[in-house]
Design a protein around this ligand. Sequence first.
Ligand SMILES: Nc1ncnc2c1ncn2[C@@H]1O[C@H](COP(=O)(O)OS(=O)(=O)O)[C@@H](OP(=O)(O)O)[C@H]1O
Length: 220
Amino acid sequence: MILSEKMALAKARMIEVLERFGPGTAVGWTGGKDSTVVLALWREVLREHAAAAPVRALNLDTGCKFPEVLAFRDRLAGEWGIELHIVRPDVDLVRYPLAVDPVQCCGDLKIRPLNDAVTRLGIPALLTGVRADENPDRADRPWLEDHGDHVRALPILEWTELDVWTFMVRESVPWCSLYDQGYRSLGCMPCTVRSGRGERSGRDSAKEERMGQLRSLGYF
Ligand SMILES: Nc1ncnc2c1ncn2[C@@H]1O[C@H](COP(=O)(O)OS(=O)(=O)O)[C@@H](OP(=O)(O)O)[C@H]1O
């Protein structure tokens, strides 16, 4: 599939989500490149198919995100008129052993609070920036996942890192300045490194195992 076909497929998936779950659907937006692409496409879909609907985004601020990412998030949300919901985990970060046990940390700071926020806000569907080529455990994911009280949609599942950058440049989508300093993926500060190796190096060591553990701990 070439990029224009992937774009058409992503938008077709979003239109299906809009028809089935309505404009209360939100983008799970980190301020990172992939979910910013999703936000840009969702904004377009709503403009074309649900003109008066606000573009909703949910951001879980773990408390250890890069200040540059948070500043980018706020700037773009303002420029694009995004209805941005920012939520934080109920954890005392001063006492929390950040990244000592990445499984526990990711569950406590990100996965569980994100799920809780989706439930609390009554979000019927969450659009995410997950890409299949980021990690072997993402290769066989379906584009629509049932999460009990909501669905997760993965509209850019087949996109590569190059597709993402091509889209951003071609469509003049802004990005966080940290990408210009050598970061290829922006997670929490303790688990993100300036990559020379893989796109998500630092975050994906033993990822499959970690996700399995999180699943068995009942995080999702
Ligand atoms: N903190 C936070 N707030 C809102 N939404 C979030 C958050 N973390 C993950 N996401 C959504 O999930 C997409 C994949 O992120 P990750 O690669 O970090 O996911 S995973 O939890 O490790 O599976 C991610 O896409 P990217 O932003 O492209 O990474 C989002 O759509």
